[in-house]
Design a protein around this ligand. Structure first.
Ligand code: ASP
Ligand code: MG
Length: 444
């Protein structure tokens, strides 16, 4: 018997009809002889609506009460889903995060899972029940309060359950057919990725791909959970996200994911897993660039600047330092960070300008970032040349460049980022023959 964890996002359980459809799917999985644990998100836009309501009654809502409020969304969907399954004649039991043993730290609004003790879930499974767990929520032992895991946290709930229960597969159901080589709303010819390593997925998620949340991918990678991201609107095989280890090779993981997944697999799909050069391209418009102008070119200045930045808690991304002009003995340092943190960091730097001794600050929130990701880069030369050539031919100027072993990122003007995405996608041969189908609206 296999144990399958399934996660259904808000768009898959948006109304009564959808809940009944999902209930049928879950029952089919059970009937095929599997144990089934389901993590479910709040219906449709419930979480956003609750957030809006909170801000109407309180300008700065208290974090503890906010988590009480937001966790209610998943309570509604979990109970409705259990009711729908029961009415199909199957035993189903819903559990809140704390009942399911999701133990987190105490950080309201973005709590981290520190332990999972799914005793009650195991008991319910042993009694033959289908288990439904409220996504996105947990419990802190010290404060004895309910916590939430941050937006999109149900993915993390599902992965954590899969790890704790030693599931064979964690299926993430969404409203698109899987993970694409680029956002299909911008690149209609984006191709569905059949399989991708968790390392590559992590880079795509960290650089703006929104299908999977970064924390969930991190958790899956660390605990060796294989994910299958697929549509809840059809039976097609989606994207398998795997972490090849020393003990289990990629082909075995992919075959195992397929065996448990009850899909329409394309005929003749090859069994050998060969790494493509490029996995995908992601873009991000949520960042801004700060340039610290005229920094004295002596040891310790970068340390001073980034200590100030670190104190604000801001998450900085790319850093570039120019060569100093010999005549002035000064240099410029630029870095990118989320726009939401821009003003705080500017204020912190300005406060210590005299002490650090730089000449000025520039703030630019009209940048776009493009990241090309692929494990094949490790062993292939010429990837950067091809990327820069594609951008040059489209007349797009590159403002910053940074690389990791499996990623090349560039910053361009925000208004050229979609063109950049399309030309790079084409240049690396990622265009599909057909136009991708986008079922729902949000990709969640
Ligand atoms: N309902 C929560 C949100 O909308 C969690 C989730 O959907 O995963 O962010
Ligand atoms: Mg949601």
């Amino acid at each position: 018997m296999s144990l399958i964890v399934q996660k259904y996002g808000g768009s898959s359980v948006a109304d009564a009809e959808s809940i009944k459809r999902v209930a049928k799917r879950i029952v089919e999985t059970r009937k095929a002889g599997n144990e089934v644990v389901v993590a479910v998100s709040a219906m449709g836009d419930t979480t956003d609506e609750l957030l809006d309501l909170a801000h109407e009654v309180a300008p700065i809502p208290a974090p503890r009460e906010m988590d009480m409020l937001l966790s209610a969304g998943e309570r509604i969907s979990m109970a409705l889903l259990a009711l729908a399954i029961e009415s199909l004649g199957h035993d189903a039991r819903s559990f809140t995060g704390s009942q399911a043993g999701m133990i987190t730290d105490a950080k309201h609004g973005s709590a981290r899972i520190v332990d999972v003790t799914p005793v009650r879930l195991r008991e319910a499974l042993d009694e033959g029940a289908i288990v439904i767990v409220a996504g996105f929520q947990g419990f802190n032992r010290d404060t004895r309060d309910i916590t939430t895991l941050g937006r999109g946290g149900s993915d993390t709930t599902a992965v954590a359950l899969a790890a704790a229960l030693d599931a064979d597969i964690c299926e993430i159901y969404t409203d698109v057919d899987g993970i694409f080589t680029a956002d299909p709303r911008v690149v209609p010819k984006a191709s569905k990725i059949d399989r991708i390593t968790s390392e590559e997925m992590l880079e795509l998620a960290a650089n703006g791909a929104k299908v999977l949340y970064i924390r969930a991918v991190e958790y899956a990678r660390r605990h060796g959970v294989t994910l299958h991201v697929r549509s809840s609107f059809n039976n097609n095989e989606g994207t398998i996200v795997y972490n090849p280890s020393e003990t289990v090779d990629a082909a075995t993981l992919v075959a195992r994911a397929r065996a448990t997944s009850n899909t329409n697999t394309k005929t003749g799909s090859e069994s050998a897993v060969e790494e493509p050069l490029i996995a995908g391209v992601a873009t991000d418009l949520s960042e801004a660039k700060i340039t610290v102008v005229g920094v004295p070119d002596i040891p310790g200045k970068a340390a001073q600047i980034f200590t100030l930045v670190a104190k604000t808690g801001a998450n900085i991304d790319m850093i570039v330092q120019n060569v100093s002009a010999a005549s002035t003995g000064r240099t410029d340092i630029s870095f990118t960070l989320p726009k939401s943190e821009g003003q705080t960091v500017l204020t912190a730097l300005r406060a210590d300008q005299a002490e650090v001794g730089f000449l000025g600050l520039q703030y630019d929130d009209q940048i776009g970032k493009l990241a090309l990701v692929g494990a094949g880069m490790r062993t292939n030369a010429g990837v950067s040349a091809k990327l820069f050539t594609a951008l040059f031919e489209a007349g797009i100027n590159i403002e910053m460049i940074s690389t990791s072993e499996i990623r090349i990122s560039v910053v361009t003007r925000a208004d050229t980022i979609n063109d950049a995405l399309r030309v790079v996608h084409t240049a690396f041969g990622l265009d599909a023959d057909d136009v991708a189908v986008v079922h729902g609206g949000t990709g969640r």
